[in-house]
Design a protein. Structure first.
Length: 134
C-alpha cells in the first residue's frame, strides 16, 4: 500500500454537509460525482495530500443509507492507494483477509476499487484503490 488516498464519510445530505466541510477544512469542494456501481453521490475535498470523500446514498435502501441507519453519519471507510490492485487483493486474501469484491470495480475519482470486510480489519472498512490509466 502506497498511502492513504482518501477518507470516506457517510452523510445524509451533500447539500447540508458540503458547506459544513468547506468551512471545517477551509477548502472548497473540488468535485462531485455520481457512482452508479455504489448508488452514491460523492463530494471531494483536499486536505494536504489526503482527500475527504463525502458519500450520500441515492437510494433509501442503498449501502450508505443502511450504514447511516445503523451507525449514523460519520466515518465510513479509509482508502489506500495501491500500485497493482489485483496483486494486492491476492496478497491480502492469502493473509486471511476477506474481500467484499471478487474483482475490482469502477469507483469514484477514476479508480478501480475493492473493499475488505471490516470483521477482519478491527471493524474498519478498508478500500483498496488504483488509478485507472487514461
Amino acid at each position: 500500500m502506497q498511502h492513504i488516498d482518501h477518507i470516506g464519510i457517510a452523510v445524509k445530505s451533500l447539500e447540508v454537509s458540503t458547506p459544513l466541510f468547506e468551512k471545517l477544512l477551509n477548502s472548497s469542494c473540488y468535485k462531485t460525482e455520481t457512482v452508479d456501481s455504489e448508488q452514491v453521490k460523492t463530494a471531494f475535498f483536499r486536505t494536504g495530500e489526503t482527500k475527504i470523500e463525502l458519500l450520500e446514498s441515492l437510494q433509501t435502501d442503498g449501502v450508505i443509507a443502511q450504514f447511516i441507519e445503523k451507525k449514523g453519519e460519520g466515518l465510513h471507510h479509509i482508502a489506500f492507494e495501491v500500485a497493482d490492485i489485483h496483486a494486492e487483493m491476492k496478497r491480502l486474501q492469502q493473509e486471511g483477509f476477506v474481500l467484499l469484491n471478487e474483482s475490482p470495480k469502477k469507483g469514484a475519482d477514476n479508480k478501480l476499487v475493492c473493499f475488505l470486510h471490516p470483521k477482519k480489519t478491527n471493524g474498519v472498512l478498508i478500500e483498496l484503490c488504483q488509478s485507472i490509466l487514461s
